[in-house]
Design a protein around this ligand. Sequence first.
Ligand code: MTE
Ligand code: MO
Length: 488
Amino acid sequence: MALAHLVAALTLPDASPVYAVGATVVDLTPTPLKEWAIREFGTADKAVLLGTVLMAVLLLAALAGVLARRDPALGVATLVVLASLAAGAAVGRPGAGPADVLPSVAAAVSGAVVLLWLVRRDARTAPAAEDPAGNAPSRRGVLLAGAGLTAVAAGLAAGGEWFMRSARQIGNIVLPAAADPAGPFPRGLEETVPGVTPLRTPTGDFYRIDTRLMLPRVGVDGWSLTVDGDVERKVTFTFDELAAMPLTERDITLTCVSNEVGGPYVGSARWLGVPLRDLMDRAGTRRTGADQILSTDVDGMTISTPLPVALDGRDSMIAIGMNGSALPLEHGFPARMVVPGLYGFVSACKWITRMTLTTYDDQQAYWTERDWATDAPIRISSRIDTPRGLSREKAGDLVIGGIAWAQHVGIEGVEVRIDGRAWRRATLGPEVGDDHWRQWYLPWRAEEGTHYLACRARAKDGTVQESVRREPFPSGSSGIQEIAVTVT
Ligand SMILES: Nc1nc2c(c(=O)[nH]1)N[C@H]1C(S)=C(S)[C@@H](COP(=O)(O)O)O[C@H]1N2
Ligand SMILES: [Mo]
């Protein structure tokens, strides 16, 4: 498998058996199980999945070893079946061709050779009772051979991984200044209230959610974005053409529908991009009968966005910059959609290559097929960042603080409830805009004992964060976060 990984790295990275099988497992996993995995493992779900695939393969390989001692052909047959599954997974990936079996063939051949070699060594050893003089090769030799092979395998796999990563580096891209820049950015509460989420999320800390196990390899050369479907004319833009259009810059808070109340899948950045309206006008969409934009990424992943919402005048854009630099690969390089107020799964298509104007009746995107909502505005919510739930604090003057968001409506206030008493108004941090979260804090004279802290947000249109608890599926979580803190 390690050799196959290296072969894949040098030829077709997506065909690496572990990744191909992992990605296929992701696609075949039913939604409830996927939701459970996201809830239990969070963004470590990919590591858990790859680890599980590796463990399963190691167990089956061990089985092949046991079988091979009885009959080498049986052991080799087991390995061939395993490699065939991987080959099938690789060839079944979108955009794959017949050559994608190569890494799995390498796995089958090298696996068989190694297995037969180990079996031969093992057969020459004799149990100590039958060989008191110790003339036959010892079990130690077999163990050493196994250890040596493991070391070689680790080296091959690491080499492959290194090569894959370096092949995915983005070159230096200098983006033009915005024709319509965002206003000056205020200083955040994090400077005065330790523990509060920074007003702008540093790019490296921005949450990442997507169905990919491996980042795509896309460069600006050869990449383009097409608008087609029910439009007056199909138009295609290269990266340079997009960058040459008048760009807008906006501070927008993104949220994942899988975020539980109080959860981490929310982030704020300064996005630079072409207004969606401008791209649609080039294609001519004023008389379209479409009700959705079906976005497709470099590998055929689809995300649908309700068309009337995206074009209702909000700052929807195809972003090419994030926090002053080109988009990082994790966040959709070279371009992605950003629509303030809609959850990422119905708006934020990363690595976007195509926007097709169509209807929900005619075509369904990835999550629509899996019964998620199609029209999914971000629900108003708030989070306590400090103190941390279940933490121990010293009695005295503390500060309760956090963030609240109601994208495209704006936060009007945040209230805090201590030990079930009356809601008290928190002080809000600086205002960035209605599409951006708001920081808040409330000083608290904490006395000894266990205390329960809750927060709720109020939007500028009067809506108050509901206490009704909803699961993320199918249109986002709701409810109020309440944490317990021990004061001593
Ligand atoms: N191509 C592609 N785009 C995607 C996704 C994906 O799986 N594939 N996931 C979406 C989801 S569910 C969310 S919440 C946002 C997250 O964007 P981020 O990873 O930059 O935070 O991207 C969206 N765009
Ligand atoms: Mo999401």
